[in-house]
Design a protein around this ligand. Structure first.
Ligand code: G3I
Length: 312
């Protein structure tokens, strides 16, 4: 059948994958499939703070630039990931800073990074995983600055007025306390006029995940009613669990299919991104969570997405 990318483009939709740019140089098959099947890329790691600004004021853009060039050459959109996250921060960020110093650090980083790619990154994950699994804001070095969340969005808007600015999180796909907390947070930001354009649902799940059971469609709908664009941002489905391998591969395909259908059924859901695409390279390689196997052969999950994208 036709590549996922061709099917997505027919319906004005984006299908994406997280990328480690070093692999673009090392594995021709990796680069080939990526460009053939996807029209959106996101950096799995190389645009994180800890990768870009390892020491204060010193930036390493080589791998991020490599990804940007690849995307441009292959006419792919880019999601920037991520500006404010409590993980993968460089060691120097754990120093003790005054609120004014932290504000200067935040401003400098956002102006430098977002400014560098101004006009070339369609979507930025400005804030990632700020809400904890207890539904409260997580501890983070940024919190010395009151309103760091709001400030990050305002700085990003200034640095690139064209980029759509996202809040991104996991475990909030369905209705529940964490999703309620994120909903309340984003509603408050919108009410205060903070430049927030979209919300990303990561969807790192296992074979037990059922969008129907957690009322994912209803959940997306309430965020859509805030006027937000919706993306599925990091989907993968762990294959581990009971049953034969063939049964589990089918079940995995079904989970992908159902989530894609929920997204396609929501008019504001415009992009569906996987956290990688081949089981050869995944943060959870051992549980084979992606749609191509480790030899780059399409799995049942690939066919499921292809079928879902083909339906009117
Ligand atoms: O780059 C170093 C390398 O120099 C070193 O030799 C090697 C030894 O361990 O580590 C490398 O860094 C690793 C990095 O991935 C790049 O491969 C880190 O140890 C490892 O912790 C890091 O993991 C990433 C993780 O975020 C960090 O929390 C995963 O690849 C990445 O898939 C994952 O992505 C996150 C999203 O950003 C946010 N949502 C959840 C998602 C999954 O955890």
């Amino acid at each position: 059948g036709p590549p996922l990318r061709a099917l997505a483009e027919k319906r004005n939709f984006q299908i994406g994958a997280a990328v480690e740019p070093s692999l673009l140089l090392q594995e021709p098959e990796y680069a080939r499939i990526l460009a053939q099947e996807f029209n959106l890329v996101v950096a799995e790691n190389v645009m994180k703070w800890g990768a870009l600004q390892t020491s204060r004021g010193q930036y390493n853009f080589a791998l991020a630039d490599l990804l940007m060039d690849f995307a441009q050459k292959n006419r792919m959109a880019v999601r920037g990931h991520t500006l404010v996250w409590h993980q993968q921060l460089p060691r120097w960020m754990y120093g003790s800073f005054s609120p004014a110093e932290m504000e200067a650090i935040l401003r400098e980083h956002i102006q430098t990074v977002v400014g560098r790619y101004r006009g070339r990154i369609a979507y930025w994950d400005v804030v990632n995983e700020a809400v904890g699994d207890d539904a409260k804001l997580r501890p983070t070095p940024f919190e010395v600055l009151p309103d760091y969340l709001e400030k990050a969005f305002r700085l990003a808007r200034e640095a690139d007025p064209q980029a759509k600015l996202f809040y991104n999180d996991y475990g909030a796909e369905g209705l529940g306390p964490k999703s309620d907390a994120i909903y309340a947070l984003l509603k408050g930001l919108k009410e205060r006029g903070v430049p927030l354009d979209g919300v990303g649902f990561q969807v790192h799940v296992d074979l037990g995940f059922s969008p129907g059971a957690v009322r994912m469609a209803e959940n997306l709908e309430r965020f859509a009613r805030l006027g937000l664009e919706i993306h599925i941002t990091e989907m993968d489905v762990r294959l581990s669990g009971p049953g034969s391998r063939a049964e589990r591969l089918e079940k995995q395909a079904q989970v992908y299919r159902e989530v894609m259908r929920v997204c396609l059924g929501q008019p504001r859901c415009k992009a569906f991104t996987l956290w990688g695409f081949t089981d050869a390279h995944s943060w959870r390689s051992a549980s084979e969570p992606l749609i191509f196997d480790a030899d780059y052969k399409p799995k049942p999950a690939y066919l499921a997405l292809q079928q879902a994208l083909q339906r009117p």
